[in-house]
Design a protein around this ligand. Structure first.
Ligand SMILES: [Zn+2]
Length: 494
């Protein structure tokens, strides 16, 4: 799944450096976001994500979906995102009826702060039922959305056995139907394609060929396209030539795909490939490339925070986008804005509103080295005061709180931070503020009570003691992480 956004532009020179507001490139899935703790992906794989997402969908209600969408938008806005495209899971009629009205309410509330676009996400096989497909296209049109489908996108995508997204016998006919439904309603198209490493997964090229065959005049976006990495150079060149001719924008979701692709369900074999398409070759072939978050804290990716700077930084390392950095910042600014038909976003120009993000960095090495938590998000020339929402604000609405106990006793990758046993059983550390005797907390209220650094800049003794104690306890990996978290949240230490 994918979330996309558009935020400030990015140039890491000067001090601070203004970057056009990231637009969240097309691929976010706030309808699933923040569900990773209550419905765990037991294997961390793509098929495990599909199964656990289907389980979690039974827990969706309007209040649940809306609360998580709100949280997601608030995070994206605070990080500097000005526009965001989300894919809405529409596998069942109940999901269609639930997600689009929730999406519309959230979109209206955020209008002027984050431009929200929605894409219907179904498997390609959904288009076999002509009436159901037309009804879905009507719903999408009624909400000003974008029509979508997943093509060759399952774990065994490209295999004739995958009759869900590969549809071996009638793929072209189904794609033609999708294009024709979109054209008749003046809708753009946005596909999930080839989210695997299978050479036989050719969804990207098949979508591009369909666009050319149908003479489609709208915009076409394809996300993932991981299987391009499995192609030998000549076949890759041929495929990219078709994609370029069709004008398809490719959106890569490096964080998510690095996480799910080539994962051993048993958790014993390390991955052998990075899970992302060969972005250098894709861009060199003249294909427009955007980068996006995709999943955030759900079954497809347990982490993430709708921060496009983090996406760009990670993508730079994963896909070697720094030889040179060149125009790659446009992959989270101008390119997604254009793909989303928002030409006033993702760039700086005298005639446009001053939407940008200022970072304390003079070079990419400085920009990507730190989380840039002190960035200044400027909208229409004014710095905004938005803060990231607290995770516990989600707990009551959606039963999303992590379960008690360190690790993941019920399986899966999730796990709550909690005091290391030796710290908890030892009665705490001397010198820590009241409420932090265990040495570890993720309680935001407790963090706010922490002492500030003194005038001379000396760090308070208690945190140093906590850090040293945590480091000394071999089993306290969670404790060490939480102490680091405390330092970051206080904003006053160190
Ligand atoms: Zn995706």
């Amino acid at each position: 799944m994918v979330v996309k956004g558009v935020s400030g532009a990015g140039r890491a020179t000067g001090h601070p450096s203004p970057t056009p507001t990231p637009s969240s490139p097309p691929r976010l899935v706030p309808d699933k976001s923040h569900t990773c703790e209550r419905s765990r992906n037991a294997t961390g794989s793509l098929s495990g994500a599909d199964r656990s997402t289907a389980r979690d969908a039974a827990l969706w209600s309007a209040a649940d979906v809306e609360a998580r969408m709100e949280f997601s938008l608030a995070s994206a806005y605070a990080h500097g995102t000005a526009a965001l495209r989300t894919h809405l899971i529409n596998m069942t009629p109940a999901q269609v009826a639930l997600t689009w009205p929730a999406f519309a309410r959230v979109r209206d509330r955020w209008a002027g702060r984050v431009e929200l676009q929605g894409v219907s996400l179904v498997a390609l096989s959904h288009f076999r039922d002509a009436d159901a497909a037309a009804a879905l296209a009507d719903t999408v049109a009624a909400h000003g959305g974008i029509l979508g489908a997943a093509v060759c996108c399952a774990e065994n995508g490209g295999d004739p056995d995958d009759d869900w997204t590969t549809c071996d016998g009638d793929r072209d006919a189904l794609l033609d139907r999708a294009f024709s439904l979109a054209a008749a309603r003046s809708l753009d198209l946005d596909f999930h394609v080839d989210e695997n490493g299978n050479r036989a997964a050719t969804g990207l090229v098949d979508v591009a060929r369909a666009a050319l065959r149908c003479g489609f005049r709208g915009r076409v976006v394809c996300g993932h396209a991981c299987s391009l990495a499995a192609l030998p150079a000549p076949a890759l060149a041929t495929a990219l030539a078709v994609v370029r001719e069709a004008g398809v924008t490719v959106v890569s979701l490096p964080l998510v795909n690095e996480w799910t692709q080539d994962r051993d369900p048993a958790g014993r074999r390390a991955p052998r490939w990075r899970g992302v398409p060969p972005l250098l070759e894709v861009a060199a072939a003249g294909v427009r490339v955007a980068l996006a978050s995709d999943n955030v804290r759900d079954q497809f990716y347990a982490y993430g925070d709708y921060d496009l700077l983090a996406v760009l930084a990670r993508a730079t390392s994963i896909a070697h986008l720094d030889a040179p950095h060149g125009a790659w910042p446009a992959a989270v600014t101008r390119t997604p804005a254009d793909a989303m038909s928002l030409p006033h976003l993702g760039r700086l120009a005298p005639s446009l509103p001053a939407h940008f993000v200022a970072f304390r960095a003079r070079a990419f090495s400085e920009l990507f080295a730190r989380p840039q938590s002190d960035r200044v998000v400027v909208r229409a020339g004014l710095a905004i005061a938005a803060e990231l929402p607290e995770y516990d604000s989600l707990d009551a609405a959606s039963s999303l709180a992590p379960p008690r106990g360190f690790g993941a006793p019920s399986g899966g990758y999730a796990g709550r931070l909690s005091p290391a046993p030796s710290l908890a059983n030892g009665g705490g550390l001397p010198g820590l503020p009241r409420g932090l005797e265990g040495g570890v907390t993720t309680d935001a209220r407790a963090l706010r009570r922490l002492p500030a650094v003194d005038e001379a800049g000396a760090p308070p003794r208690a945190p140093r003691a906590a850090l040293a104690a945590a480091a000394a306890v071999g089993a306290a990996a969670g404790a060490a992480a939480a102490v680091v978290c405390m330092r970051a949240r206080s904003g006053k230490w160190g």
